[in-house]
Design a protein around this ligand. Structure first.
Ligand code: G6P
Length: 491
């Protein structure tokens, strides 16, 4: 098969090459400025890098990704034992590939079209171009027979591009966000190309069984592949179909958190003291409710605020006795829909506080910031009720972190049915965020739950997280990727 881009093969050049490569839109580091003004790199928080770092160290691995600034080319470098290979993005790539096709076409399309996706051919052209750049950067540093693990919706064309250039590679892909049903996916003008892009992988992983089955249904409907069980099989002579000749397997591998790390931090005396201080600073209310989200329209923040506001107005809960803390971390701030959401949320918060605050107490403390993990754990510990009310969410790791932090089994989680996490955290109070009355009764149920009942539920969820942490996730995915296909599926 002919690659449609020329690559500089690692073997034969002096370039270092690797047996295991993760490819993601972002590198797992943030640039920080020290007190002396010196710039350095710090590992970014997050489960993915925690899970993958040990595999990287064991198997001479590298991470290919964007370093977060535009119009700047950086040489490969090392941080915390991980080889990092920066892929440059120009200002126009940021606009067309990242803010455009990734976050204004694919993101809303894959999240149940909560806001209408926009389809622009210039965005698509740039998405192809940038995906090619990532594939080239990867192909040129992969040792013969290396394993490559591509992450998320920004890079769905990379598996096919890589397979064409380097048929010797073992290629995995993991989609961190939901995969839509064929009815919704059909809107995408480039639906076949995206599916063929993904099918270049040996294994495509999803958060939920429902996502894997949506993907296979789309494969059956929009490509020439035959779907048999979990396999998408290419036509005998791929010809014009645009298909790579490999069989692709779709599987569900729900991602998780570093459960032990969260539990250890929850026992850190400094963090425990900080949790107490947070409660005090909020005036020691009987109940603290907490929301922690990227400021994103998928998270159902407005629905949550509406339910909370109505509970206050109905006199079901009272300011002073109860308080809500909403952390909304800034996200994709150049995208118009995110700017609109920020205005809407801030208007609601203003109205709510104007209506219900007293001199002493506030109804809702709104924080438009990101916080380090230690502060997040303190907030989880300080909170009694965690509100996760996403309208659609691939997984939602905040829900998992809250449960894992409450090692004494106190607290309760109110969790949207439309999160991947709801498939695993079945002991939470599950709610439909579109049903405001249902959400109000869910919150009241969590608030009034018999402590023995809530402790039993929290314990069961925590056990689940102990047995299914992020290391289990990466190990299960990678061992499935290493497995050859069963012989009878090849006929
Ligand atoms: C979601 C996506 C990730 C993305 C993250 C933050 O979790 O699945 O791929 O990195 O949001 O979004 P950002 O656009 O800032 O990378």
């Amino acid at each position: 098969m002919q690659a449609d881009f020329e690559i500089e093969h690692a073997s034969g050049s002096d370039k270092p090459s690797y047996d295991f490569i993760v490819v993601a839109n972002r590198l797992p580091v943030d640039r920080v400025q020290g007190e002396d003004g010196e710039l350095s790199w710090r590992r970014s928080p997050g489960g993915l890098v925690t899970a993958i770092a040990p595999v990287m160290q064991e198997s001479d691995g590298a991470w290919v990704g964007w370093h977060g600034a535009t119009d700047e080319e950086l040489e490969p470098f090392e941080n915390d034992g991980i080889h990092l290979i920066p892929v440059p993005l120009e200002e126009c790539d940021l606009e067309l590939y990242y803010e455009g096709f990734s976050n204004s076409t694919l993101w809303p399309l894959y999240h149940d079209v909560i806001v209408p996706p926009e389809f622009h051919r210039t965005w698509w052209d740039n998405y192809k171009k940038v995906n090619k750049r990532f594939a080239e950067a990867t192909a040129s540093v992969a040792k013969p027979g290396a394993t490559v693990w591509v992450q998320d919706y920004q890079l769905q064309l990379v598996p096919k591009l890589l397979r064409e250039a380097r048929p010797d590679l073992r290629i995995g892909f993991f989609n961190h966000i939901p995969f839509p049903s064929p009815g919704i996916f059909s809107q995408l003008p480039w639906r076949r190309q995206i599916l063929e892009g993904l099918a270049g992988a040996d294994v495509v992983g999803f958060q939920r069984t429902a996502d894997a089955s949506n993907f296979l249904r789309c494969m059956r409907r929009f490509t020439d592949r035959t779907v048999k069980g979990s396999l998408a099989i290419p036509p005998a002579s791929p010809g014009e179909s645009g298909s790579t000749g490999n069989i692709c397997r779709a599987e569900a591998h729900p991602i998780s958190i570093d459960t032990q790390q969260v539990a250890e931090l929850a026992h850190d005396p400094e963090i425990m003291a900080r949790a107490k201080q947070i409660r005090q600073e909020l005036g020691n209310p009987k109940t603290i409710m907490l929301g922690v989200d990227r400021l994103d329209y998928t998270k159902g923040i407005r629905h949550r605020l509406k339910a909370y506001g109505e509970l206050l107005a109905d006199g079901e809960i009272h300011v002073g006795e109860a308080c809500m803390v909403q952390v909304a971390s800034p996200s994709r701030e150049n995208v118009e829909r995110y700017q609109q959401l920020k205005d809407q949320v801030e208007l609601m918060v203003g109205n709510l506080n104007g209506e219900h605050d007293t001199m002493e107490h506030t109804a809702i403390r709104y924080l438009h910031h990101s916080y380090p993990l230690r502060e997040m754990i303190a907030l989880y510990l300080a909170a009694d009720i965690m509100l996760v009310t996403s309208l659609r969410d691939g997984m939602n790791l905040v829900a998992k972190e809250f449960v894992a932090a409450h090692t004494d089994d106190t607290g309760m989680l109110v969790l949207s049915e439309f999160t991947g996490a709801a498939d695993q955290l079945t002991q939470a109070v599950l709610v439909n965020p579109h049903d405001i009355d249902g959400m109000k009764s869910g919150i009241m149920r969590a608030l009034r739950m018999d402590p023995q009942d809530s402790a039993r539920r929290m314990r069961r969820m925590r056990r689940h997280l102990r047995d299914h942490d992020v290391a289990t996730w990466s190990q299960t995915f990678l061992s499935s990727l290493a497995q050859p296909l069963p012989v009878d599926t090849l006929v």
